[in-house]
Design a binder for this molecule. Structure first.
Ligand code: MSP
Length: 648
């Protein structure tokens, strides 16, 4: 039975450049929250997407020599783009909206017209200051030292005929909303909004532009496009079917339970957004949470400075779960935090390799060593010595829940890690290796291991919103045990004769010095593409001729279970008997796209076993390195070449 509906959103990202680890922060946090709510039994709708209009995109597309649509398509859908990044980071969004989607564009036109018709949007003349990179208009009084108060860059004079939204009309109601309800959190952001924006006098907002065309056209006044923030903010509702029939869910999911947003865009979400909803008589979201920023050396995040901030590289080197965990474990969500590769490595080593990893591997290894696959049925009852651990584990879920409800991810994780540390200490106190020596102590030993396995189960269950893949692996090692929400406050759910499955270290320890040096190297600017140095040693012609290269046709291609590298090929090599070859290129191709292709194989290598399967030969690939990552391309030749043709 569902506990109810829960709607959570991230800001929709500007696809103006590749995303860095700072962008990943909010999406990972939203994902953890969404997974936590699902774990509790809610019917969750988690929305993310991309905010694709505006002058910045138009300019970038011009620079790149393509249309704005081509430009955004490439950054959103292309290799290593926004969708790929969320897939890599194991983001469980239920919906993805692009503001260039037809249904959204049409909905924005209707929304704009509604506010025009109700008198809250009117035509006037705009003179003011415009910050191009931020796509923000400012009044003279809002500038800081004559510059954009958000990014500190130069602003330009701007004057144009434009539509305005009567924001001033809603100033009192918005102030009341901010000051007298929990609409905006953390509380510190309320003071900032009221003191910096509302009290100095909220002016009407310019909501159309004529100076560029990459936006939603105002359909009743040619030449005007809708201000990108109106277009963007309403995504939260159009994605649920507001003013369109393409989507649905408005009744179930609106008002949103929470919008997670970065601190610099709180102003749009806590002032402009509620005012527009008030204008349309629509329910307001229940909460806006303005999280802090990840900083680099106290400043804005960018490439360089000896730190790698590319989420692809970090995930590849440290693992997706470790990266997700680090982001939410190391910084309080409501405040800024200083990102560094050093902090990332030390967090992984301390919490994941030492504390969690060790607890899981020691516990499972001891259970296996002393009792084989299952614990014995005969176990001692808990004694005084066990009480502290059991008590801590039993109360953990409530403490964790209290923190998660406040979006205090760091504190929720601290609660789990207090228990993990206590469990590691419990191993040392009980010294299972000593108990194991005397058969008479085996019922006690079994109880100690049972308590540890049960502790691991509950901790892993509570970690699942943060590290979904790791939790799944731990569940396997505990014999496929349940980790549903109700079971996470019940000590004793694991069957007495708990089964265990051994496995490799979950988080191998990282050599800090070596890794930092490697990252330093990676962060050095270099050309994107690197090729292997040429071999200097010469090969005589006869030796070369011994290699039998053949054209082969792909009859079938399948992924290899438990391997994220290998693909298994069934090939027609012209002999009439299928040839099987395994090739480590799974990262670069989808198996189905290779079927029917003509490839090149070297066929007279001795057969080799890989993941228990025989590989008879090797497919030839071209290899290069791009931004420090190795890339392989299978050598594909003209399909007119028959299977088995010798290459010489
Ligand atoms: N398109 C707008 C949002 C519209 S929502 C209706 C936008 N896009 S953005 O791509 O510039 O930023 C997306 C989110 O990433 C923002 O919440 C922003 O605060 C966040 N971050 C960007 N850099 C960040 C860090 N270094 N640290 C944490 N979050 C940061 O704004």
């Amino acid at each position: 039975m569902s506990k109810g509906n829960y709607y959570i959103t991230t800001p929709i990202y500007y696809p103006s450049a590749k995303l860095h680890i700072g962008h990943t922060y909010c999406t990972v946090a939203t994902d953890a929250m969404a997974r936590y709510k699902r774990l509790q039994g809610y019917n969750v709708c988690f929305l993310t997407g991309t905010d694709e209009h505006g002058q910045k995109i138009e300019d970038k597309a011009k620079e790149a020599g393509c249309t704005p649509q081509e430009y955004v398509d490439n950054i959103v859908l292309g290799e290593g783009g926004v969708l790929d990044l969320w897939k890599l980071m194991n983001i469980s969004n239920d919906r993805f909206i692009r503001t260039t989607d037809d249904y959204h564009v049409a909905a924005i036109q209707k929304i704009f017209k509604k506010m025009y018709e109700n008198g809250d949007i009117y035509k006037g003349k705009y003179t003011g200051k415009y910050c191009k990179p931020c796509e923000s208009f400012w009044t003279e009084s809002q500038l800081v030292d004559g510059k954009c108060p958000d990014c500190g860059r130069e602003v330009q004079d701007a004057e144009e005929e434009a539509y305005f939204f009567r924001l001033s009309k809603y100033a009192d109601r918005v102030q009341d909303l901010l000051e007298n309800t929990d609409f905006l959190e953390p509380r510190s952001r309320v003071h900032e909004m009221v003191n910096n924006f509302i009290k100095p006098g909220l002016e009407d907002l310019c909501v159309s532009r004529t100076s560029f065309s990459w936006g939603v056209p105002v359909d009743f006044d040619e030449g005007h496009v809708v201000y990108v923030w109106i277009d963007a903010l309403f995504n939260y509702m159009t994605a649920l079917g507001f003013c369109n029939d393409a989507k649905e869910g408005l009744e179930d999911f609106w008002p949103a339970d929470v919008h997670f947003v970065g601190k610099e865009i709180v102003r749009f979400h806590a002032i402009i957004w509620p005012a527009m909803l008030m204008s349309l008589g629509l329910p307001l979201p229940k909460k806006v949470y303005g999280h802090g920023w990840l900083l680099l050396d106290g400043g804005k995040m960018s490439k360089s400075k000896g730190n790698v901030v590319d989420p692809y590289i970090l995930a590849q080197r440290f693992g997706v779960d470790a990266l997700r965990f680090f982001l939410l474990r190391s910084f309080p969500f409501g405040s800024d935090g200083n990102f560094s590769n050093e902090l990332l490595i030390s967090t992984i080593n301390t919490d994941l390799a030492n504390d969690l990893g060790n607890l899981v591997s020691r516990t499972v290894a001891m259970a296996q060593k002393y009792f084989g696959e299952k614990l014995p049925a005969q176990q001692q009852v808990n004694i005084e010595m066990d009480k502290e651990l059991v008590e801590m584990v039993c109360t953990l879920r409530d403490k964790y829940e209290e923190q998660m409800e406040k979006y205090a991810f760091q504190n929720a994780l601290s609660e789990v890690f207090k228990v993990i540390s206590r469990a590691n200490k419990y191993i040392d106190e009980n010294a299972p290796w000593v108990l194991a020596k005397d058969e008479a102590n085996h019922p006690r030993l079994a109880k100690v291991l049972y308590n540890l396995l049960e502790t691991v189960r509950i901790c892993a269950g509570l970690l699942s919103p943060f590290m979904p893949a790791t939790t799944e692996e731990i569940a396997k090692r505990l014999g496929g045990v349940t980790m549903d929400w109700d079971s996470l406050e019940d000590f004793g759910v694991l069957p007495v004769q708990a089964a265990t499955v051994a496995g490799d270290a979950l988080f191998p320890r990282i050599d800090m010095e070596k890794e930092l040096a490697a990252l330093e190297e990676l962060s050095k600017p270099k050309s994107d593409i690197e090729i292997e140095p040429y071999a200097t040693e010469q090969v005589d012609f006869d030796t070369f001729c011994k290699s039998d290269f053949r054209a082969v046709k792909v009859k079938d291609c399948q992924p290899v279970k438990k391997s994220d590298k290998l693909l298994q090929f069934t090939l027609d090599d012209g002999t009439g008997t299928d040839r099987q070859i395994l090739s480590g290129i799974a990262k670069f191709y989808k198996p189905e796209e290779l079927i029917g292709k003509t490839l090149v194989a070297i066929t007279n290598l001795p057969p080799r076993k890989m993941m228990g399967k025989e590989s008879c030969g090797m497919l030839i690939s071209a290899v290069h390195t791009e931004k420090g990552e190795e890339k392989l391309h299978l050598l594909m030749v003209d399909d007119a070449i028959p299977a088995g043709a010798k290459l010489c």
